[in-house]
Structures are given as structure tokens and as C-alpha cells.
Design a protein around this ligand. Sequence first.
Ligand code: CTP
Length: 403
Amino acid sequence: MQSLLNKKIVLGISGGIAAYKSPELARLLIQEGASVQVVMTDAAQQFVTPVTMQALTGNPVYTSQWDSSIANNMAHIELSRAADAILVTPASADLMAKLSLGLADDLLTTLCLARDCPLLLAPAMNKQMWEHPATQRSAQRLIEDKVTLLGPANGFQACGEVGLGRMLEPVEITEQLIAFFQKKLLAGKRVLITAGPTFEAIDPVRGITNRSSGKMGFAIARAAAEAGAQVHLIAGPCDLPTPLESTGKITRTNVISAGEMYAATMQSTDCDIFFAVAAVADWSIAKPAKEKIKRQGKEAPKLEFIANPDILAEVAKSAKTKGGKPHPYCVGFAAESHDLAKHAQEKLKRKGIPMIVGNIGPDTFGSDLNQLLIIDPSSSKKTGQAEKLQLARQLIQLVAKKI
Ligand code: CTP
């Protein structure tokens, strides 16, 4: 799936060492289906060449406002007219200062001033430059002018220092640009999600878990954050990165066992929507051994189980009614080996929830693809087979309508 299909992006590059990341960024934007038109300042060309950017984007690179090859000699108007967004990476302290004052003394700054499309900047500079009151003033003014700042991040800088000012990675900038274009259907809403498997210890080195990868739950977390929600993601043991981490829209709590997932969830039920996507163990070991169970001279151990709480059913039970609708609105998931529709219907009733989503598969565990059967008390419909992120976005649209 290409999340930037048909989007026309003007990629501005100003002078800073982080410009070395711009070719990679252009490649990622194109992979997502965008067409990329590069504009570079004089200083940017000290770090990366127009030839590199031209070769990667397949488009001529603009470096001057005095380019006579453009029919009406108004590159700034032509370029911004066609664009869905202007994205400047890196945005140097100097560029931010100019833009905050409305100065326009080269092609990139003129383009930004003459635009009628959104402007996004990824600041990149040494930490003293970022912290300088003048730069902070520029950043504040730009935000007031409805310019979107992506980052900067905290971390190692080219100058050898550690701190705020590092440019976000190309992957993070791409993720944030994609999020920028999504409809804000859940603006101001709080979404709670459980995702991934749980792990029930037998002894300090062994345990029982399941095949859930966490991908569907993480995709829903991303789609909800893209839609403007503040998300709390409670994740069982899985090594997936937190989506949109650099935006701060997703807070993640890592848990191991079903008991831990239950405790973390019950502390967070003050939310608008609860997606129970985790494959929660139904039972845990009654008395996990404190030391590793040794094999030698022993018979195979007999494990005794105790039942875990049903997290989803408990949250649904504690839900209140707000505007005639359950609050939080609880969405369950069902992965079955057979009779999906029948089992999903039964779970909808048993857990007292307004919606359940069945995983049709083919083999949903660990796959990037899935197909869903979405059931509520009055209807049932199948989606097509698609990437989990695409399905997650469809689900968010549906739930946004319901609430
Ligand atoms: N669920 C939960 N807590 C549990 C078990 C399940 O929150 N202890 C949630 C899952 O996250 C999912 C839904 O309930 O949203 C259905 O989970 P599933 O394991 O399919 O159902 P169970 O109720 O465990 O029933 P069964 O094992 O008989 O299929």
C-alpha cells in the first residue's frame, strides 16, 4: 500500500549536515507513491548535490529563482501551485528565522512565502542553536503561523554534542507526513489498545505464549494516532517499534503476562475507545517455579492452571453510557480456527460489547496482510484482503462514525 499516492511534495533542502539524509527521505516518499520536486538553497548544495536529488526523484532540481527555463520565469508560483505540501528537511536555524519573519531572498524562502499549501519543517541544528532564544522565537512564530514542525529529536549530533536539535530520521519524517494527510476523525479522543501476545511463566526460563505478532494492534495504534487521537498502547512481548513515536501521540506500556496486562488496562479505562486486540492467555500457571525446573532424574512436570480475568469483558462491564452510547466504546477481536462468524457473534454477546472484529486471515499471525469480518449487533460485513495498516484505517473510520 502506498500512503502518499498522488501527493505532490515539494522537498526543500536548506544548508545543514543533516541534508545527507534528504536523498534517503526522497526515496521513501517516492516509495509511498508521492512525486517529489526538490528545491535547494545555495548552502544545501555544499552538503548534497542537485544531481543526486535529480537522479533519485526523476525531476529537475530547482536552485534559483532566476531560472529562465521556466516559461513565465516564476518558479516560486509554479512549484507551490502544484504542491500538496512543502516539506523542508533539514530546516536550518537561518531558514526558520527567515520564514518566521516572512523574508524571501532565495527560491526556497520565496516559495514558502508564496504558497497556498501546508508547510512542514524538520529542524536540524546544534543544540545551542536550537535552544537560543532567537530560534525558539522563530519556532513559536512559525507554529502561530500554522507551520508544522516535525521534531527536532534528542540525541547525538554531528558536532559531537548530545541534545535537542537532531533531525528526525527519514522514516520518522515519512511516517509523520503520512499522518499529516490523514483525516482527523478522532481529534481530542483517547484510545486504549491492548496488542500482541502474553507470556505466562512456568519457571524463570520457560513459559507459555501464542503466535500473535502484535502487528494488527500496532497498526490500529498508528491509525488512531494518525486520526488525531491520544493513544495508550499496552503491548505484550513483541519487538515492534512504537509507531509515530516521535510525535508523542502514542504512550506505550510493555507488559509480559495477562495479569500485568489486566492491571495496566484497568488503570487506563478512562478513554473513549478500547480496542482489545491482544491475544491474552486464558490461563496462567498456578505456581510458577522460582528456580529452573531441572530435567534430570525427574518426571515430566504436571502443570496446574488458574483462569485469568477477561480484560475486555471487565472493561465493557465498567463502561458507562454517554450520549446514549457505551463509553468507552469497546471493540473486541477474534481469531478462530473454525466457525469464525458463529464464535465472533457469541463473543460479542458474552462480553457485552458493541463491536467485534474477526480475523479471516489467510494466516493472520505475523503476516502484514489480513481480512476482517466486522460484526455489530445489527450487521456483519467483510472487508477485502489488505495490509493491516489499511484495514486499521478502515476500522478507525467505522468506529469514529459509531461514536
Ligand atoms: N480477551 C481479553 N482477555 C482475556 C481473553 C480475551 O481481553 N483474558 C479479549 C481479546 O483481546 C479479544 C477478545 O477478548 O479482543 C476475544 O479473545 P479470544 O481469545 O478470541 O476469546 P476468549 O474469550 O478467550 O474465548 P476462546 O478462548 O474460547 O476463544
